[in-house]
Design a protein around this ligand. Structure first.
Ligand SMILES: Nc1ncnc2c1ncn2[C@@H]1O[C@H](COP(=O)(O)OP(=O)(O)O)[C@@H](O)[C@H]1O
Ligand SMILES: [Mg+2]
Length: 256
């Protein structure tokens, strides 16, 4: 069953991380330790640097300072594709699916990329079967089997978010980097999506989730880090972070 995650979830260590572009200091001196199998919620005002931070982790942007290591392995110079092979999976603030393809094809392409690369894929039919099997399994796991043959563009926002998670499962991600998974999702779909993310974490994955929906963050995360103007303003368990006065004032009246 695809839900059995092997070998181990990944632990992440971020030390002195900084990112400057032009004259602007986007991230400054970020130190964060994410234990294997834990769930880190990342919150903070718009423009705080949350997405930039995930971009550093997934390798889309190169840090100006500091280091990121996974299971003790320094990621400097490791390309995004190689990080994916290490088990790091990323979703984006706005959906990054192939909208014209079916739900099934989106999941199958992810499995195919992991199993066999693309060059000689069609000459190895057994890999094709295996990718299709993986796609079926992960769509079942996220509850999208019934819409597998529909064009992806016809899905609700909530179902698109589920498909993005299925794509990470097909890629065998052991650490999930989620950028606002509730963005654009109808209120009635939030609990289902929350249950799904909690289940994927419960199966032994490490999760880093940027999210504005505080009930979701508090409900899922064991630790919350607050980013403000590119710095870590506070970290701790959800209750203590929400009670933190510096955190309250960083939001300047925005509801927490
Ligand atoms: N590649 C870049 N070049 C210039 N500015 C950037 C770049 N990436 C992010 N920024 C700026 O960095 C800040 C943080 O952005 P972002 O990480 O998207 O914040 P958040 O996700 O917390 O809303 C913003 O002021 C944004 O305009
Ligand atoms: Mg963002």
């Amino acid at each position: 069953m695809s839900s059995v995650v092997e070998p181990q979830p990944l632990a992440i260590q971020v030390t002195g991380l900084g990112f400057r572009v032009g004259g602007a200091e986007i991230l400054t001196d970020i130190d964060l330790s994410v234990p294997s199998g834990s769930f880190l919620g990342i919150i903070g005002p718009n423009g705080a640097g949350k997405t930039t931070f995930l971009n550093m982790l997934s390798g889309l942007l190169v840090p100006s300072n500091g280091s990121i290591s996974v299971e003790g392995r320094d990621l400097a110079g490791v390309a995004p594709s190689a990080r994916a092979r290490l088990g790091m999976g990323r979703t984006f603030q706005t959906s990054s699916l192939f909208n014209a393809l079916s739900v099934f094809e989106n999941a199958r392409l992810s499995a195919q990329a992991r199993l066999g690369g693309s060059a000689n894929f069609w000459r190895r039919p057994r890999l094709g079967d295996e990718a299709s099997n993986v796609a079926r399994e992960v769509l079942e796991e996220v509850g999208l089997s019934k819409v597998a043959l529909r064009p992806t563009e016809s899905l609700s926002h909530g179902d698109k978010r589920k498909l993005e998670l299925a794509i990470l499962l097909a890629a065998k991600a052991r650490v999930l980097l989620l950028d606002e998974p509730m963005a654009g999702v109808n209120t009635e779909d939030v609990p289902l999506l929350m249950e799904l993310i909690g289940r994927l974490h419960g199966e032994g994955r490490t999760v880093l989730m940027v999210e504005h929906h505080m009930a979701v963050v508090v409900g899922l995360a064991d630790t919350i880090a607050v980013l403000d103007s590119g710095r870590v303003l506070a970290t701790g368990d959800p209750d203590s972070v929400i009670a933190n006065e510096a955190v309250q004032s960083a939001y300047l009246g925005q509801p927490l």
